[in-house]
Design a protein around this ligand. Structure first.
Ligand code: COA
Length: 161
């Protein structure tokens, strides 16, 4: 049976931290569905379609990755897509409580789906999409945090080109 995992998030925008989790996830799973949340409660800089297009751009060489959007319960989406595992990255102890709560809720309402936590690599432990946006908006160097395609899109959003 094909091992399929869903990697959900807001990805506003995708960073090297997310890409690190995806690349490591591909050593465990046959296919990863990167699922962009449509109804995130966050105020997004990029529209959902823009976020999907950017992920496509940076992952076009990865044949085992598909990009999609979802709304409603993540567990329902994973089930419809035939995925038995949800991947989440953990950056610091502060991520744990929230992630633990969601994973417990998901396992209560969707027992057949497992959550797999992957430790974020050391160099991305402090990274977040918000911090990248802030640094970029203040004209700081973001080369270490995002691929060139994402940097270009951010610069354009902030009128820095
Ligand atoms: N490296 C670096 N940064 C990372 C990272 C990694 N490996 N993994 C996550 N991050 C950052 C993200 O950039 C993001 O930064 P930001 O807050 O500045 O935007 C932050 O960590 C958390 O983002 P993300 O992993 O995308 O989670 P989220 O909280 O934005 O989204 C959903 C969570 C959408 C997956 C979740 O709310 C969900 O499943 N919603 C659907 C409804 C549902 O089923 N709810 C659960 C009910 S029990």
């Amino acid at each position: 049976m094909k091992k399929v995992a869903v990697y959900p998030g807001s990805f506003d925008p995708i960073t090297y931290g997310h890409l690190d989790i995806i690349r490591r996830g591909l050593t465990i799973f046959d296919e990863i569905i990167v699922a962009v949340a449509r109804n995130s409660q966050k105020n997004a800089l990029f529209s959902t379609d823009e976020r999907v297009a950017l992920i496509h751009d940076v992952l076009k060489a990865e044949e085992r990755v598909t990009v999609d959007t979802f709304s409603g319960l993540l567990i329902d989406y994973a089930s419809v897509r035939g995925a038995h595992v949800i991947i989440r990255g953990l950056r610091a102890i502060s991520d744990f409580e929230y992630e633990f709560q969601i994973a417990q809720m998901n396992s209560t309402i969707g027992r057949e789906i497992e959550t797999l936590f992957m430790m974020t690599s050391l160099q991305y432990g402090y990274l977040s999409s918000s911090i990248v946006k802030e640094v970029c908006s203040l004209n700081g160097d973001i080369d270490m945090f995002v691929p060139p395609e994402i940097k270009a899109a951010l610069k354009q959003k902030y009128g820095l080109v």
